[in-house]
Design a protein. Structure first.
Length: 177
């Protein structure tokens, strides 16, 4: 199969997985606990740079044009403007950053752990300030609402993504050779 077709298929598959992971969630506050970031982490390790970011960009574009792929089956610009809107660009940043760290130089578990840690934290980087702004929280309230309830789940999802990605013998970027 042509590599360009293979890339398009993998981008579409991961965009679909991210969408399903975003729709199904456990409501615990302004932001649900969802599997979307797990699939973003997995895409980052399996697809690499820039294909993981392309899958997230497709997911974001689908939601922006009205396909119900965001939290609770939502869509449209309102999700970018709402309290959870800051986490959406964080997804794209994570899909860019994780493979840049993980795929530089020799592969190692330590490097994958550093990459996933950076990826988890970069999702919060635009998310928490945006949540603070939109809900008129002070910083402790913003962290209590947008970080504290989720970080343990994100660490578990990150660890699962690292484990699964290291178990998969194929990574898209290897097919480019």
């Amino acid at each position: 199969m042509d590599n360009s077709i293979r890339k398009i298929i993998f981008i579409a598959v991961f965009a679909a997985l991210i969408s399903v992971g975003s729709i199904i969630g456990i409501p615990i506050g302004p932001v649900n606990i969802m599997l979307a970031n797990f699939f973003i982490f997995l895409a980052a390790f399996i697809l690499g740079f820039p294909w993981a970011a392309a899958s997230v960009a497709v997911f974001l574009l689908l939601g922006l044009i009205g396909i119900p792929v965001f939290q609770n089956g939502g869509s449209g610009i309102s999700h970018f403007a709402g309290p959870t809107g800051g986490f959406l660009p964080g997804y794209l940043l994570a899909a860019l950053l994780i493979p840049l760290i993980a795929d530089t130089g020799k592969k190692s578990l330590i490097k994958d752990i550093i990459a996933i840690t950076a990826g988890i934290l970069i999702i919060y980087l635009p998310g928490i300030p945006w949540l603070k702004y939109k809900l008129d929280f002070n910083w402790p309230e913003a962290f209590a609402a947008g970080f504290t309830p989720y970080i343990l789940f994100d660490i578990i999802k990150g660890a699962a993504a690292v484990f699964l990605a290291r178990s998969v013998p194929f990574r898209l970027k290897k097919a480019d050779a």
